[in-house]
Design a protein around this ligand. Structure first.
Ligand code: GLC
Ligand code: CA
Length: 558
């Protein structure tokens, strides 16, 4: 079947349900709250919504540890309100995609409960079990990491293995102990995945964002990793030997429904991605969320914090734009629930609105399907909490301990504050009212104290607000030059400017972004001085030869 590729010129809005909007006053965001806000979401001009997991979960990793794939977490609502939200979103002209988290389940999923009790259960082989290394006397010493089946690290919690006495074996968990990895080499597991997909597609959802999907095929024999200094094992489960084969099976289901598949892909480069997303018969995924442009101030593998390096960011964006041209499709994002807020990272809190606008245009005017994360459109920024205990995210606890060992407590805390995923997970600031209008109850997590200044209500009717700017840029994405035009980077080596041109059928758009508060002299490139050039978007009035702090200017040439 020829796929319609309806997703290609879309802009999605991502909802992390716990912190979006509380509808029933218990302090936790939910589907009733989402239902109330659907018109608001649509008013941004977006044409799709991606829901982070809505399924029942013990919340060790806030929904990314699923205990039941066929239900709605009772904290968020039930199947009726889900269906109502889905139908209303469709009425408003928005597609809906779900998070499909199948690299692992919760350890409280009935499959795992059966698997860990009994080696002979058919569910045992749903997970990845190995015997520990034993002493001569046959003892396996579960508490001794050296006795683990191999030396892989968990990305969230110590080593990647956990011992279970009942079966005298260890199970693999790339993430938390409470997130055992599923064994996709078992055909029964793959059947389960397809069943889950069909269940939600039958309800009318339009596709999936597949969580860490490039991790589902592990290298045979699970060899020890002597290469990686940290995150040991990554090279042996990332893009594993059967990934393409398994993704093809899942793709067939998607094709029955003409739905959309987006894979989350840590450690991905355009070259490695093309075999999976290259358009054609063997294509597995419509696009991928890679991380390269999110590493301009850090290194994902060892969570190192570095000074922001614009050239590194530009190289990442440009290589994806260029290498995929005519071959595959990009997914564009600068925020989600896994990264601190972008203004606090690549922008400047002192120039919150200016740098927020610049960052918006910077990525939204590239070629690809775009994603805007809740609160990004109003310029929410990072939080800074007094102690580690005040944070909720499981990942920061492990990173903190590593840093503490390396640099001492004070610096560790500083790094934790800077890099923590919790900064993206504070409740959305709807108004300057109590609890930022998020809830009438007690919010489940702290609200950023800047909510009296930074909130939706105060920006809604303000033409100059960041929110209004997002609307304008999202609307401008429908311009065929932005949808289909080729991409060409200028000023590649500039330390403070990111400049690129898009062109399509003789029409051109030029995007000029300054990443500094210092004035930067900049003359428009050749051919852009003529009278048929007009400025179509920007965060300052008029045009000067010296760019103002975090200035962005978008020009059009007929
Ligand atoms: C993905 C999710 C992240 C989660 C992890 C494990 O990276 O986006 O939130 O912690 O997978 O499921
Ligand atoms: Ca609630």
């Amino acid at each position: 079947m020829k796929r319609k590729q309806w997703y290609k010129d879309m802009t999605f809005y991502q909802i992390w349900p716990r912190s979006f909007k509380d509808g029933n006053g218990d302090g936790i965001g939910d589907l009733w709250g989402i239902y109330e806000k659907l018109d608001y979401i649509r008013s941004l001009g977006v044409d799709g919504i991606w829901f982070s997991p809505l399924y029942p979960s013990p919340n060790a990793d806030y929904g990314y540890d699923i205990a039941d794939y066929y239900n709605i977490n009772s904290e968020y609502g039930d199947m009726d309100i889900f269906q109502k939200v889905l139908d209303r979103a469709h009425e408003l002209g928005m597609k809906v995609i779900m998070d499909l988290v199948v690299n692992h389940t919760s350890d409280e999923h009935p499959w795992f409960l059966a698997a860990k009790k009994d080696k002979n259960s058919p569910y045992h082989d749903y997970y990845i079990w190995r015997e520990g290394k034993r002493d001569k006397d046959g003892m396996s010493h579960p508490e001794d990491a050296k006795k683990n089946p191999n030396n892989w690290d968990s990305l969230f919690e110590g080593k990647a293995w956990e011992y279970v006495e009942e079966v005298d074996e260890y199970y693999l968990h790339i993430f938390a102990k409470k997130q055992p990895d599923l064994n996709h080499d078992n055909p029964a597991v793959r059947e389960e995945v397809k069943k889950i997909m069909r269940f939600w597609l039958e309800k009318g959802v339009d596709g999936f964002r597949e969580d860490v999907i490039t991790f589902i095929s592990k290298e045979e024999g699970l060899p020890n990793d002597y290469v990686m200094p940290a995150a040991k094992g990554l090279g042996y489960y990332s893009n594993g030997p059967h990934l393409h084969e398994y993704l093809q099976e899942y793709r067939r289901v998607a094709e029955e429904y003409d739905c959309f598949l987006l894979g989350e892909a840590p450690q991905m480069t355009p070259k490695k991605a093309l075999p999976f997303i290259g358009e054609g018969k063997e294509q597995d995924l419509d696009m991928m969320f890679h991380f390269q442009h999110m590493e301009a101030d850090c290194l994902m593998t060892d969570y190192l914090q570095l000074p922001f390096n614009l050239r590194k960011m530009k190289r990442a964006f440009s290589s994806w734009q260029n290498d995929l041209e005519g071959k595959g499709w990009n997914a564009l994002y600068i925020e989600n629930h896994d990264h601190p807020r972008i203004i606090s990272r690549y922008g400047d809190e002192q120039y919150r609105v200016e740098s927020g606008k610049m960052l918006a245009a910077m990525y939204l005017l590239q070629k690809g399907t775009a994603f805007v994360y809740q609160g990004q459109e109003i310029g929410m920024t990072n939080i800074s909490l007094p102690t580690l205990e005040d944070y909720k995210d499981i990942q920061v606890k492990q990173n903190y301990n590593t840093w503490k060992g390396l640099f001492g407590e004070k610096k560790a805390m500083k790094l934790a504050r800077k890099s923590c995923r919790d900064s993206a997970r504070t409740p959305v600031q709807w108004s300057a009212g109590e609890h930022a209008g998020f809830t009438t109850g007690t919010p489940w997590f702290v609200i950023n104290e800047n909510y009296p200044q930074v909130n939706v209500e105060s920006q809604l009717d303000d033409e100059d607000s960041l929110l209004s700017f997002y609307r304008k840029v999202i609307a401008y994405r429908k311009n065929p030059v932005i949808r289909y035009g080729t991409y060409w980077e200028l000023e590649k080596n500039h330390r403070n400017l990111y400049v690129y041109e898009r062109s399509y059928k003789g029409k051109k758009v030029l995007v000029v972004c300054s990443f500094t508060k210092k004035p930067v002299c900049y003359a428009l490139p050749e051919g852009w001085q003529s009278p048929n050039v007009s400025k179509v978007l920007g965060n300052y009035e008029g045009r000067e030869d010296v760019l103002r702090p975090y200035e962005v200017a978008v020009y059009e040439k007929a």
